[in-house]
Design a protein. Structure first.
Length: 108
């Protein structure tokens, strides 16, 4: 997984964003911690399972639905199944070795 340090992507308030397995990291958060790297690796696996484009479509749709339900964009983001799986397992560095395919479905 390749990381790119920059000052514009992602938006302020976020450390990193994973776009097609390429991780953009805000300058002030570079280098990422091992925990954050593992979080992004989990997202890369999710993307691979859904062939990338459907991942982003599902991610945005779920974020919009959850944000409407919570009436809060940040809470909507934290409620996305992909994020719930990644945050729940980001400190388990062997998670991807034992993870079942499509495991994010268990976080819906």
């Amino acid at each position: 997984m390749r990381t790119i340090r920059n000052k514009h992507i992602p938006f302020r308030g976020f450390q990193a964003i994973n776009l097609f397995g390429l991780v953009f990291v805000r300058k002030e958060h570079f280098p990422l911690s091992e925990t954050s790297i593992n979080h992004e690796k989990i997202h890369t696996r999710q993307m691979q399972e859904l062939a990338f484009l459907p991942f982003y479509l599902f991610y945005i749709l779920e974020w919009l639905i959850k944000s409407t339900q919570h009436r809060n964009f940040r809470q909507g983001y934290l409620s996305i199944s992909f994020e719930r799986e990644a945050y729940s397992n980001q400190e388990n560095f062997s998670y991807l070795e034992n993870r079942k395919w499509w495991n994010f479905v268990n976080y819906l």
